[in-house]
Design a protein around this ligand. Structure first.
Ligand code: SAM
Length: 349
């Protein structure tokens, strides 16, 4: 079964994801982003269903049930595809059970390669007891099928806040570095030899030219003996320290392309869609990096536990197509309604 027809943006399938996935064509999905029901945490409206995941009597059974689903997820995922898995933890009899890691390790044991353990810092968190800290994060694991996988790092780079600026007719870096101070430090240095001074000034001119050409956004120069070096001069520790000893200077360049986001994401949990629901809805913002980085434009994003359709909605807004599988008829309807309402709105890439 084709997960989605070519000319369609979204497809919601009502049913048990294991059975539906088994019907889907192999290697037909670019990226999977999902948040399965947490073990024993939530009461969905399909509690009666024999297929509902999360109601198993032991956590080992819960992990097994998820593993059966992820065998099929792996089959339908393209060779260069990604799986992003969001899971929260739980206390049983005062013990934090480490459920996200139990599931993650079971996936690794089945051949999935973990690329990132992202901490979704939810900023608020609940304070339900007085003898331990407030819970404020969940995990989002990024898994791939093979070492070579699709990843568009440029699509998720954080752009420098300011581009190079022109002051008094001179181009400076984004933070206003013109090179004047460094040139003075080089010329006045008693630690650099005459040749080292020539080389250092040449390197400074080169980086300033890169800034004018827009290749570099910002830079810092460290000159032997002129500034305090924060990493010490241990050549074993730092290549930069080695450069400082050998050449008398080093230059740190900040790319004009911006830098990659870290593996801690500060995103509040609220979502505007269906706050009345008892289904643990995640915010669309959480989907931005997974989808932009690991699904090609117009590619297919799948959520086998789609709930209110957050993943599919974000996929469409980011110019991808989305497929959601959901067991609850109520959430299935709600997701369809959501897509009808948000069809033409777009998330900021
Ligand atoms: C944590 S919620 C997902 C919420 C979703 N990320 C959202 O933002 O709305 C998990 C969903 O999995 C569904 N579910 C549970 N067992 C399922 C199964 N066997 N097949 C498909 N969906 C299932 C539940 O009904 C619930 O809606």
């Amino acid at each position: 079964m084709k997960p989605i027809e070519d000319n369609i943006r979204s497809n919601f399938i009502l049913g048990d994801c294991l059975s539906v996935l088994k019907e889907m064509d192999r290697e037909s999905i670019d990226c999977v982003v999902t948040s399965p029901p947490y073990w024993g945490m939530r009461a969905y409206d399909n509690e009666e269903s024999e297929f509902e995941i999360g109601n198993e009597s032991t956590f080992a059974q819960y992990v097994d049930a998820l593993m059966a689903v992820f065998v099929e997820v792996k089959r339908v995922l393209k060779k260069d595809g990604s799986l992003w898995l969001n899971l929260g933890d739980k206390y049983v009899d005062k013990r934090l059970i480490g459920m996200p890691w139990r599931v993650a390790i079971a996936l690794m044991d089945r051949g999935w390669i973990m690329r990132n353990d992202v901490i979704w810092h939810q900023l608020k968190g609940t304070q339900s007891c007085k003898d331990r800290l407030r819970d404020s994060y969940e995990h989002i694991f990024h898994f791939v099928k093979s070492k070579k996988y699709y990843y568009d790092a440029d699509a998720i780079r954080i752009q420098p806040s300011r581009m190079p600026i022109i002051a008094e007719g001179k181009t400076t870096s984004s933070t206003g570095v013109s090179g004047k101070k460094y040139r003075r430090l080089i010329r006045e240095s008693s630690e650099l030899t005459a040749q080292e001074k020539i080389n250092a000034e040449k390197a400074l001119d080169e980086v300033l030219a890169e800034i004018r050409a827009g290749l570099v956004n910002d830079f810092r120069m460290t000159i032997r003996g002129a500034q305090r070096t924060w990493h010490g001069n241990n050549t074993k520790i730092s290549g930069r320290a080695k450069e400082l000893v050998n050449r008398g200077y080093y230059i740190m360049r900040m790319s004009a392309k911006g830098h990659l986001p870290s593996d801690v994401w500060n995103i509040v949990t609220e979502d505007t869609w269906r706050t009345d629901t008892h289904c643990a809805v995640y915010p669309e913002e959480l989907l931005r990096i997974p989808i932009l980085a690991t699904c090609k434009k117009n590619g297919i994003v799948l959520d086998p536990f789609s709930g209110t359709g957050t993943t599919v909605s974000a996929a469409i807004k980011l110019g991808r197509r989305g497929v959601g599988i959901e067991l609850s008829p109520e959430y299935h309807r709600s997701a369809q309604q959501r897509i009808a309402q948000t069809a033409n709105r777009h998330l900021q890439p």
